[in-house]
Design a protein around this ligand. Structure first.
Ligand code: PSU
Ligand code: MN
Length: 307
């Protein structure tokens, strides 16, 4: 078979770690390119990788550089995706076309999970998942994250979904699609900036070792082929102020409606509204969430690598 330049390239460190059964954590690049404001995004991207390292695993940030999918971007490539003017937001369906056009692109939860699973990475850390948008009953706007996670065996550490989405509908869809959902040390589903979205979860796991045991059981049983969402809430005293949160959400939703923002622009527009309207508070909380998730994902990967 001819290996073309559109196959997945592994970073050197990631390649060595996978070959030796060492813990690896996949990280997405859409939060870097489109989810966090510049110039903080590049610094935060590096901090996320450091949080994985500090907890004993190798970070594999995934993205597309010049049409080539990479698992384990080096600092030059990470910088290019963080500061580049033309970085596409790539879900799974976009990957092949973007490769043909030699594009630079950031991978979403869906495409990051799919690429990670394809190269044998079992744990993935992100901030929040995509989900069902509030107007979905009219617009059908549901993130491809959900269907992709239903087909992708990987543990995804996140802080639930943002309240910019319809959280209840998202949980229903995750159930329908057969995506596993567990609370990490909680019985409540987190709402990203806030600890409790108002919805509960059926299952709770209390340690990285327990999550690793669930991953192992899934593999050994060979029955369920979807993802396991590990919902990791912020501690009580680190949440975004509840009133500020509710007000910002209402204003952001009004802007989306006024400006007729649709499709895949909705998430980035709402996120950037949150960052500007809270005077940076939501950004600080967002960064805390990602760093905490990266740390927990690394602990899970370490536990999963032990037998
Ligand atoms: N939710 C967040 N921050 C993000 C995203 C979601 O709180 O940056 C990004 C993730 O990459 C996610 C994507 O996979 O947005 C979902 O976008 P869409 O709704 O267009 O599928
Ligand atoms: Mn969408």
């Amino acid at each position: 078979m001819i290996v073309t330049d559109v196959s997945i390239r592994l970073g050197d460190e990631v390649k060595a770690a996978l070959a030796n059964g060492l813990p690896v954590v996949a990280l997405e690049s859409t939060i870097v390119s489109h989810g966090l404001p510049r110039p903080d995004n590049l610094r935060v991207a590096r901090e996320i990788e450091q949080a994985v390292r500090d907890n004993g695993a190798v970070p594999a940030t995934i993205g597309m550089v010049g049409g080539r999918l990479v698992a384990g971007l080096d600092d030059e490539a990470l910088t290019r995706l963080a500061v580049g003017e033309k970085v596409a937001k790539l879900s799974v369906r976009d990957l092949a076309v973007a490769a043909a056009l030699h594009a630079d692109g950031a991978t979403t939860v869906a495409s990051t999970a799919a690429v990670a699973a394809a190269v044998g990475i079992g744990v993935f850390a992100t901030g929040g998942l995509g989900g069902v948008h509030r107007e979905a009953s009219q617009t059908f706007d549901e993130s491809a994250d959900l269907i992709t996670l239903s087909q992708t065996p990987i543990a995804v550490v996140c802080a639930g979904v943002k309240s910019i989405l319809d959280v209840g509908a998202t949980l229903e869809r995750l159930e329908t699609l057969g995506v596993g959902v567990v609370g990490y040390q909680t019985d409540r589903f987190p709402g990203f900036f806030i600890r409790d979205s108002g919805f509960g979860v059926d299952w709770r796991l209390d340690s990285a070792a327990q999550v690793a045991a669930a991953m192992r059981a899934q593999r050994d049983q060979g029955v369920h082929r979807g993802a396991l969402i590990v919902a990791n809430p912020l501690p009580e005293d680190e949440q975004l102020d509840r009133q500020l949160h509710d007000r910002t959400l209402a204003d952001g939703l009004a802007i989306v409606e006024r400006d007729r923002v649709t499709g895949k622009q909705v998430t980035p527009v709402l996120l950037s509204h949150f960052h500007s309207a809270t005077g940076g508070q939501s950004l600080a909380v967002n960064v805390r969430i990602i760093l905490r998730n990266a740390a927990l994902a690394a602990q899970i990967a370490v536990a999963a690598a032990q037998r």
